[in-house]
Design a protein around this ligand. Structure first.
Ligand SMILES: [Zn+2]
Ligand SMILES: [Zn+2]
Length: 252
């Protein structure tokens, strides 16, 4: 019951005012100042994977070398990210992911609308990238789901968590190359049931995740959706490490 927990949250906020998980200032779980310090990746970005590309004379649509070679994110229509995984964004995401600060998802999700401003309302279903059940049991929640639900609430979209499952616990991606990441997660996702396939058919799907580095996890999650006849599958992550900082795209 969202109404009840909102009321409870307001009461708790009155008694114990929240502190910003980034700067510790009293007032909001992530303050406006810290949110304003979370920046989208530098332009220009690749029209397909959303990665920053060198500012040279790329013909439009601009594609990064990996995407123009046609071997990147073959199941996805494309990927967009809200912010660089650095500074305030990184601190806030770590609080969401590892310190049980679930309410951080709401302010962070507000930043996820902008990369999709043209067409987010044409999305039929939002599906968070599922954790492996053993990882979800450990943490008690899926941070990607919290972000997806917060985003969907503000945009009036539908979220489904009963369509896609992670059938294989995958190795942490941290030290893997692009190609090894792809291999590591390939075939790690499946539809839950024949009914799930019917729900996917013909629909425009937005896959939500907290962090993506190469997009390989999002792409692997898109594979069974594409096979079931999804009209489109886009990936949207809150953050992406800039090149060289790849400590974020782990298995969970
Ligand atoms: Zn702050
Ligand atoms: Zn690209």
């Amino acid at each position: 019951m969202p109404g009840m927990s909102e009321g409870l949250n307001r009461l708790l906020d009155a008694v114990y005012p929240p502190r910003c998980v980034v700067c510790q200032r009293v007032g909001a779980v992530v303050c406006a100042d810290c949110l304003s310090r979370m920046h989208p990746p530098d332009a220009p970005t690749c029209a397909h994977c959303g990665a920053t590309i060198p500012d040279t004379d790329y013909p439009a649509p601009r594609l990064c070398p990996n995407c123009s070679a046609g071997r990147n994110l073959t199941h996805l229509d494309g990927v967009r990210v809200a912010t660089d995984y650095a500074g305030a964004a990184r601190t806030a995401l770590l609080a969401l992911k590892f310190a049980g600060q679930r309410r951080v998802a709401e302010p962070l999700a507000t930043l996820m609308v902008a990369p999709f401003e043209c067409d987010i309302r044409s999305v039929d279903l939002v599906i968070p990238v599922p954790l492996h059940p053993s990882h979800q049991r450990e943490r008690g929640y899926n941070q990607a789901e919290l972000l997806a639900r917060a985003l969907a609430r503000t945009e009036g979209l539908r979220v489904r968590t009963d369509i896609l499952e992670r059938t294989r616990a995958t190795e942490a991606q941290t030290r893997l190359s692009r190609e090894d990441r792809r291999r590591n997660v390939a075939g790690a996702f499946a539809l839950t049931s024949p009914g799930a396939a019917a729900a996917v058919m013909g629909n425009r799907i937005l896959l939500g995740d907290d962090v993506t580095t190469t997009g390989s996890t999002l792409d692997a999650a898109a594979e069974p959706l594409r096979a079931a006849g999804a009209a489109s599958v886009w990936g949207l992550a809150f953050a992406r490490p800039s090149r060289g900082d790849s400590d974020a795209d782990n298995a969970s």
